[in-house]
Write a protein that binds this ligand. Structure first.
Ligand code: SAH
Ligand code: SF4
Ligand code: F3S
Length: 475
């Protein structure tokens, strides 16, 4: 579950994280004497989605948003703990915020999200200029925590919940293109991948009432949105029991419910866990044209021994069978992945098995990382982080290089083909060109056509391909 722009093949996620540290804002609202907040978000799509929930809670509490940190009364940072580098970025930003606070001491600084949850009160001890610390399940308490901080009390709420899904809160869409939106369908994670901090920072898995999900999707469509991405750490284990009828709604059922909102509303989802994705889900993708032919199916490693140490609960053969099954049911499906190089005790041969798995799976792109030990995780407790950094990095470079070649190969195969593209807006480089995506989540750039606007669907024939993008012409 990552950024909404998984189109650059072979790039490291670390780059993404720093890139994603963008200030989010609502319409600037300079007219009132209301208090204002400024928020920056890091990490995965779920964190970005949470920032939209936070913005909604703050708006209700009378705060307007600003993109000017110096002017704001409240500076918030929604943080990520997934790798050490992600936390380093947050600390650097806090140093910048502290400079602002020194010149304007009434400014409240708040740390939200996974790093707040991981470090808890330690944050208040370590980072002297942090006023509030709020974990991912405690955002409803923000107005209270802010009032308390206004009175000079540094405050913290990092309670995790088994129920909280923020189902009733309509997220304020921040920095939206008005075409695509995220919808959180569940929170937390019950898997215990040994390298991963998420179960500790996000708590137990819980699924959101599917009817609130459908009404959010319907509302978005009525507002002109044409694409929703259903978010969860492990969407395939979505499971909701109707309290009255006791009927179970599975992820496959949910996909169908959202697909039925309107044939012109594209449905995407992330992330799928190889152990949980079912044939039912694959058939829904096949049966509904508006459920996109794209699956993010992180492998992490191609070697069964390493996968066992990682506690992924599948082995190489199981994963390869899943890949075969996907291509069997949805032949034109695009698949992407995540890999970690240099996990504890990984040998050269085992690393080579990651490379061979990547070649077999023919991913359109991957997010690739070298292993970063996280305090408190099973791996940190049980295994030695024994692969030297230079070897981790060299193995990562080999994975990246291979993926880039595969991405190019994949894209070259698209040349000459015509795809239905959802127009998202101007291309980055030119106001004469549009940028859009096909069902496989590949970005296609093409010259503008009279009468076509963002949010329209259009058939585009691919004429040219690089590793990262396709170019084409409307047909
Ligand atoms: N729920 C998703 C992953 C969320 S974290 C899933 O199961 O696929 C996103 C990615 O970060 C992971 O897929 C993994 O590749 C990477 N990652 C997580 N912990 C890491 C660590 N300690 N070091 C390096 N990469 C890590
Ligand atoms: Fe982390 Fe594994 Fe859960 Fe993904 S499934 S969030 S990698 S514990
Ligand atoms: Fe997401 Fe980072 Fe937390 S990846 S769940 S913000 S640790």
């Amino acid at each position: 579950m990552y950024d909404n722009n998984p189109t650059i093949p072979g790039h490291s996620k670390e780059m993404d994280e720093s890139k994603q540290g963008t200030a989010l804002m609502l319409d600037d609202n300079p007219s009132t004497n209301k208090k204002s907040f400024y928020i920056e978000s890091y990490g995965c799509q779920m964190n970005f989605s949470d920032s939209e929930i936070v913005a909604s809670i703050l708006a209700k509490a009378g705060y307007s948003s600003t993109r000017n940190m110096e002017e704001s009364d409240l500076i918030l940072i929604n943080t990520c703990s997934i790798r050490e580098k992600a936390e380093d970025t947050v600390r650097r930003r806090l140093t910048e915020f502290n400079k602002v606070k020194r010149s304007k001491p009434s400014t409240i600084i708040g740390v939200l999200g996974c790093m707040a949850e991981r470090l808890k009160a330690k944050f208040l001890e370590e980072e002297k200029l942090v006023d509030i610390v709020v974990g991912p399940d405690a955002y409803r308490d923000l107005p209270n925590l802010i009032s308390s901080a206004d009175e000079g009390n540094r405050s913290i709420n990092v309670l995790l919940s088994r129920e909280e899904t923020y189902a009733d809160i309509a997220p304020l869409r921040l920095q939206s293109n008005g075409i695509s939106a995220f919808i959180s369908i569940m929170r937390g994670c019950d898997n215990m991948c040994s390298f991963c901090v998420v179960p500790f920072t996000r708590g137990r898995e819980r699924s959101r009432d599917p009817f609130t999900i459908v009404s959010e999707a319907t509302d978005l469509f009525q507002k002109g949105y044409k694409e929703v991405t259903l978010l969860g750490q492990n969407v395939d284990s979505f499971k909701w029991e109707n309290p009255e009828t006791k009927e179970i709604v599975s992820f496959a059922d949910l996909l169908e419910m959202v697909a039925l909102v309107h044939p012109d509303l594209r449905v995407r989802f992330s992330t799928s866990h190889p152990k949980d994705i079912t044939d039912d889900v694959l058939y829904k993708i096949k049966d509904y044209k508006n459920i996109c032919n794209y699956i993010h199916l992180p492998a992490q490693s191609g070697n069964s021994r390493v996968l066992k140490l990682m506690n992924r609960t599948y082995d190489r053969e199981w994963y390869l069978q899943k890949i075969d099954r996907i291509y069997e049911i949805i032949p034109d499906c695009a698949i992407s992945s995540d890999f970690i190089s240099g996990f504890c005790t990984e040998t050269e041969d085992e690393h080579n098995e990651s490379l061979s798995l990547i070649s077999y799976a023919k991913y359109t792109m991957s997010f690739m990382f070298f292993y970063s030990e996280r305090p408190g995780t099973l791996a940190a407790k049980k295994y030695e982080d024994d692969i030297p950094l230079d070897i981790k990095k060299r193995r990562l470079a080999e994975i990246v290089e291979l993926q880039m070649n595969l991405s190019l190969e994949h894209n070259l195969k698209d040349v000459g083909q015509t795809f239905e593209v959802l127009v998202e807006g101007d291309s980055k480089r030119s106001a004469e060109e549009f940028k859009g995506r096909n069902s496989q989540n590949k970005v296609i750039i093409f010259p503008k056509v009279a009468g076509v606007k963002p949010g329209d669907y259009l058939d585009v024939k691919v004429t040219d391909a690089t590793r990262a993008t396709l170019r084409g012409v409307a047909v």
